[in-house]
Design a protein around this ligand. Structure first.
Ligand SMILES: O=P(O)(O)OP(=O)(O)OP(=O)(O)OC[C@H]1O[C@@H](n2cnc3c(O)ncnc32)[C@H](O)[C@@H]1O
Ligand SMILES: [Mg+2]
Length: 195
């Protein structure tokens, strides 16, 4: 099977990508290349960061690279944590600390004002080609406490749309039917199949 390199060292993302590309590509990630240093994400938007992650690696390796920049956008926090989602509570990328900071920031905010969405921007970079982008979103709202054991990141505090479940209560299969990442990857797949 052909390989596809995803410029990420996030295990949760790698699982999502592997599942969604099953039977089509053998997904590789930076977890397979531990010597490659982390790329500094200093962009103002998901698109800026996805572009940088994909292009730096594509240029360095001279091959096609996909990158995913994603995060949680909370209306009551003016869009935060947004592009700062991975490091919201500090540099060390601690999912639990990030969740606690969001719940603390939203303390006292009423149900109807806890609306949020997960956003995923994917960049596809190839040598000597212009980078292209795909975006997916998933609407929901922020819970008052953590519920569910699956997934990663902010999944335990994100109620999906009108369902009574958090993203962390969904199986990987269920998450991959509705998630921001699944929606972006769906478009990426269509593009790659049409190439
Ligand atoms: O940059 P890479 O190496 O891909 O990994 P990262 O974890 O730093 O990823 P981002 O810079 O894109 O930051 C995204 C953060 O947003 C959150 N996030 C993204 N997708 C998510 C999902 O499907 N479920 C829960 N949280 C998610 C999670 O906290 C991620 O760490
Ligand atoms: Mg990152």
């Amino acid at each position: 099977m052909k390989e596809l390199l995803i410029a990420t060292s996030n295990k949760g993302k790698v699982e999502d990508f592997k599942k969604l590309f099953q039977g089509m590509y053998e997904v590789k990630s930076l977890l397979d290349y531990p010597h490659i240093p982390d790329i500094i994400e200093d962009g103002q938007t998901f698109q800026d960061n996805a572009q940088k992650k994909a292009e730096v690696l594509s240029t360095a390796l001279n091959e096609t690279v996909v990158a995913d920049d994603s995060g949680l956008v909370i209306d009551a926090l003016n869009g935060r944590p947004g592009v700062f989602s991975a490091r919201y509570a500090g540099e060390e990328k601690n999912d639990q600390a990030n969740i606690e900071k969001v719940l603390e920031d939203l303390r006292g905010v009423a149900e109807q004002d806890r609306t949020a969405r997960f956003v995923c921007t994917i960049a596809l970079a190839s040598p000597n080609k212009e980078t292209i982008f795909f975006e997916g979103q998933c609407e929901g709202f922020i819970s008052h406490e953590q519920v569910g054991e699956h997934g990663f990141g902010y999944d335990p505090i994100f109620y999906v749309g009108q369902t009574a479940k958090t993203m962390a209560q969904l199986t990987l299969e269920e998450k991959n039917e509705i998630s921001h990442r699944a929606r972006a990857i769906e478009q990426l797949k269509d593009y790659l199949l049409g190439e």
